[in-house]
Write a protein of this length. Structure first.
Ligand code: ADP
Length: 168
């Protein structure tokens, strides 16, 4: 069975992420989308919320599951018998960082391949942080988020805006 893991912060999942997940699901028997715990970032959604939003958005894909992990991805892949790491490549800026990560992961686990899927042109410049920033300043971001999560996203963004207003 060919299995792959697609790691990221997914804070929250965007249509760019979903496009990569759908394409990976066609290439592999099973794809695990893995929310990586990154202590450097202060996320908009908790780990559990990010997993729930991913599950809602991928419910139509029977061979996709969602997990979370706080250690080294190479170890996660080894322990879960995943042979491939999936990464989405946007504009050139992703390349250097991802190339370095692929080298490191291969060194840590020589059986592990990194597979890069190029971003769909309409999502080339899309990131979770861009969506959050646009929405914070009042832009409509419904073209960029999976339909299933738009309500949750707007609700949380309103809470954040109200908190800021109460505690400027
Ligand atoms: P970000 O916070 O920048 O959206 P994540 O850590 O959640 O990034 O991204 C996880 C993976 O998804 C990375 O491999 C990243 O390059 C990829 N990715 C993010 N956004 C897109 C997109 N719009 N199109 C294709 N791949 C993407």
């Amino acid at each position: 069975m060919k299995t792959a893991v697609y790691p990221g912060s997914f804070d929250p999942i965007t249509k760019g992420h979903l496009n990569i997940i759908e394409r990976a699901a066609r290439l592999f028997d099973h794809v695990t989308v893995c929310v990586m715990v990154n202590s450097d970032k202060s996320p908009m959604f908790t780990l559990q919320e990010r997993k729930d939003l991913l599950r809602k958005s991928t419910a139509h894909l029977p061979n996709v599951s969602v997990d979370a992990f706080g250690g080294l991805l190479a170890n996660y892949a080894r322990d879960h018998e995943c042979c491939t790491i999936i990464k989405g490549l946007r504009a050139g800026s992703d390349f250097e960082k991802e190339f370095q990560m692929a080298m490191i992961n291969r060194k840590l686990n020589p059986n592990l391949e990194s597979l890069f899927l190029t971003a769909e042109h309409q999502y080339m410049y899309l990131s979770s942080s861009a969506v959050k920033e646009m929405s914070y300043y009042g832009a409509d971001v419904s073209d960029f988020l999976p339909e299933e999560i738009i309500e949750d996203f707007i609700k949380r963004m309103n809470q954040i805006a109200n908190n800021k207003e109460a505690n400027p």
